[in-house]
Design a protein around this ligand. Structure first.
Ligand SMILES: [Zn+2]
Length: 434
């Protein structure tokens, strides 16, 4: 009986398709389970609908795909789904309150017909990223996202949707992205330079790769922070890149003087009082920041993880633009005063220049938050915590982006101090995104 019922309903839907009826809302939301990749036709299965109810009219099919169902808790192995009445759909939704007894598989009335779930008691793994977890198949609210390697307890299975336990409640996820075979979590990926990125043509040193690390805990923030350990590109002083994307002249002095249109691709950086290179200290801090940010649920794009990376300042910045939500470059200044931490705020002279004009307020807000985070952790701050500077990084940034100077040649960079700096930066990011 079940089989014939299913056949009848599918035939009904086939007939509806032939009559140019589109379950468009339904199909669209299904496709959106993962960002624009798969196209799968929904196959609805049998239920306890009468012929009359199953043979829904075209207009009803459209209405029903947009109503908001609610899912009461299951009891005794049976699932009772009541679809909330909404506008014109009242008559049909009332008919869709479906109860199954404990002898048959639980059903969920989703849109035009219920989905039948075979009872399961197993662990499933997710095979893709950004897969929606919903309160009910197709049209339910999105409770969260699942990513490659995430696992869930599956309590019900159908060809199209799986019923899972999610944070103590029943939820649904597309069966297409589930498997009972163990899928390892994706923890990182290599990022190579892409010449199609905006401003990529202005880079001169771009053969190196960065690494994008994924947060794997349950506290994922859905934000990627580019942590850029300043300097550390051999040959970086032998070539020059345009200071600004449009070739205009620098508005402030600094490592390169005002009025220049080009600057060294990557400068050497300073040397700490004990002879350690600034690049090495920047890297030490960057690694500590990376570990803490991952722990707090941020993804981290690490530009440099060893002494050298063949990516100039333009390449680092356009890569951050493409792969991250914000960009923090770690530096120490060349003074010998232990003057404290500050960030390079956006120079007035470039605030009208594209792309700076689109983002400079957010860059300054990022810097202000980071300095506040450092200060709250007892880190000494220089002046008001900022200094205007026209930098290559800022000039090419399309995301909130700062050059952060954590101290100077005589500042302490012991493990204890570095962990305080990392905590201050992470706290600052939390408040920036808070
Ligand atoms: Zn530096």
């Amino acid at each position: 009986m079940r089989k014939s019922f299913k056949k009848r309903l599918l035939l009904t839907i086939a007939a509806a398709s032939a009559a140019s009826i589109s379950l468009s809302a339904c199909k669209k939301s299904y496709e959106e389970e993962i960002a624009g990749t798969k196209e799968t036709v929904i196959s609805v299965e049998e239920g306890d609908l009468s012929d009359n109810e199953a043979n829904i009219s075209p207009s009803t099919a459209q209405v029903q795909t947009s109503i908001g169902p609610t899912v009461p808790a299951a009891s005794d192995g049976a699932t009772t789904i009541t679809v909330a009445a909404s506008d014109a759909a009242t008559a049909q939704t009332a008919a869709q309150a479906v109860t199954t007894d404990t002898t048959s598989a639980p059903t969920v009335a989703e849109t035009a017909a219920p989905i039948v779930f075979e009872n399961r008691d197993e662990t499933v793994y997710i095979m893709s990223d950004d897969v929606n977890i919903r309160t009910i198949p197709v049209t339910g609210d999105v409770l969260g996202k699942a990513n490659t390697g995430d696992s869930f307890h599956r309590t019900g299975y159908s060809d199209t949707w799986s019923r899972i336990d999610y944070n103590g409640q029943t939820a649904y996820i597309s069966s297409d992205y589930t498997t009972t075979k163990v899928v390892e979590r994706k923890t990182s990926e290599t990022v190579a330079f892409d010449s199609s990125w905006e401003f990529a043509g202005n880079s001169k040193i771009y053969s190196g790769t960065a690494t994008l690390y994924y947060a794997t805990g349950s506290n994922k923030k859905g934000k990627t922070v580019c942590v850029n350990a300043g300097h550390g590109t051999s040959g970086g002083t032998k070539v020059k890149t345009l200071c600004h994307p449009d070739g205009s002249a620098k508005s402030t002095g600094g490592t390169t003087s005002a009025g220049s249109t080009t600057a060294v691709a990557v400068s050497t950086g300073t040397t700490m009082a004990d002879g350690t290179s600034e690049a090495a200290v920047n890297l030490k801090v960057a690694k500590a920041v990376k570990a803490l940010l991952l722990e707090r649920g941020y993804n981290v794009l690490m530009i440099r993880e060893s002494e050298d990376v063949q990516l100039d300042n333009v390449a680092r910045t356009v890569m951050a633009n493409a792969k991250a939500d914000c960009h923090i470059a770690i530096h120490y200044d060349s003074t010998e005063k232990n003057k404290g931490a500050f960030f390079m705020s956006v120079a007035d002279g470039i605030k009208g220049m594209y792309p700076v004009s689109t983002i400079w307020q957010e860059s300054d807000r990022l810097g202000t938050n980071i300095i506040s985070g450092l200060s709250a952790n007892g880190v000494k701050i220089f002046g008001d915590g900022s200094m205007q500077m026209d930098l290559t990084q800022t000039s090419y940034s399309k995301i909130p982006s700062i050059d952060l100077e954590l101290g100077d040649k005589v500042s302490d960079f012991s493990d204890a101090t570095v962990s305080v700096l990392a905590k201050g930066i992470a706290d600052g990011l939390d408040s920036f995104y808070g």
